[in-house]
Design a protein around this ligand. Structure first.
Ligand SMILES: Cc1cn([C@H]2C[C@H](O)[C@@H](COP(=O)(O)OP(=O)(O)O[C@H]3O[C@H](C)C(=O)[C@H](O)[C@H]3O)O2)c(=O)[nH]c1=O
Length: 188
């Protein structure tokens, strides 16, 4: 299992091994013990799976506030997506900075998004499916969002046309107007 740092504290790229043979491949997409070997001890309690039919669909940037803040372990089940996390931890040296990575069925890469980050993605193929583990349960009363095209963050979504958005995502607020519920604590 490869673990790559991203420059944003706590946000890491995980690539589990794939065992190929004449039939195809096998991969352990989640192993608590193998993650613990790398110092990752997050406990996950809910799996999510969504399908986005059209290319250029953006879901995000979302988070849940404490006491239901969610860390997420994100992967692409089918198709191709560009996954993005924004550091919204007050006092973080990288507050407001973003990181993006292409997650595809082919590359099998995963992004571990700690609590304290706003998360979103854009699809790069029709019929793209995202599958992700969450460290806390769905708590809509704690949900928060930042608008996808916040000029202070400046995410390059690699869009070729206007995105497909939910009504909710189309009217999210800017980071400068958010009183973030998260405070930065350096990863030990
Ligand atoms: C997130 C969630 C949603 N729902 C229901 C609520 C709605 O009836 C329906 C669609 O919800 P929503 O439009 O919030 O789904 P996304 O836009 O994909 O939201 C997700 O998008 C980004 C990428 C995230 O990281 C979050 O996990 C999440 O906010 O699923 C549930 O029943 N449980 C859940 O955990």
């Amino acid at each position: 299992m490869d673990i790559e740092q991203t420059g944003l504290d706590g946000l890491v790229v995980i690539t589990p091994p794939r065992f190929g043979d004449a039939r195809g491949f096998f991969a352990e997409t989640y192993s608590a013990t193998k993650l613990a070997d790398h110092g990752i001890t997050t406990t996950f309690v809910q799996d999510n799976h969504s399908l986005s039919a059209e290319v250029g669909t953006i879901r995000g940037l979302h988070f849940q506030a404490p006491p239901h803040a969610q860390a997420k372990l994100v992967r692409c089940g089918r198709g191709r997506l560009f996954d993005v996390a924004v550091d919204i931890r007050k006092g973080s040296p990288t507050y407001g900075h973003w990181f993006g990575i292409e997650l595809t069925f082919e590359n099998g890469k995963q992004l571990l998004v700690p609590a304290g980050f706003a998360h979103g993605f854009v699809t790069q193929e029709p019929g793209t499916e995202i599958i992700y583990k969450c460290s806390d349960f769905y708590a809509p009363e704690t949900e928060g969002a930042v608008i996808w095209n916040d000029p202070d963050i400046g995410i390059d979504w690699r869009l070729e046309a206007a995105p497909v958005l939910s009504d909710k995502d189309a009217v999210a607020g800017r980071l400068k107007d958010l009183d973030s519920p998260f405070t930065y604590e350096a990863t030990p």
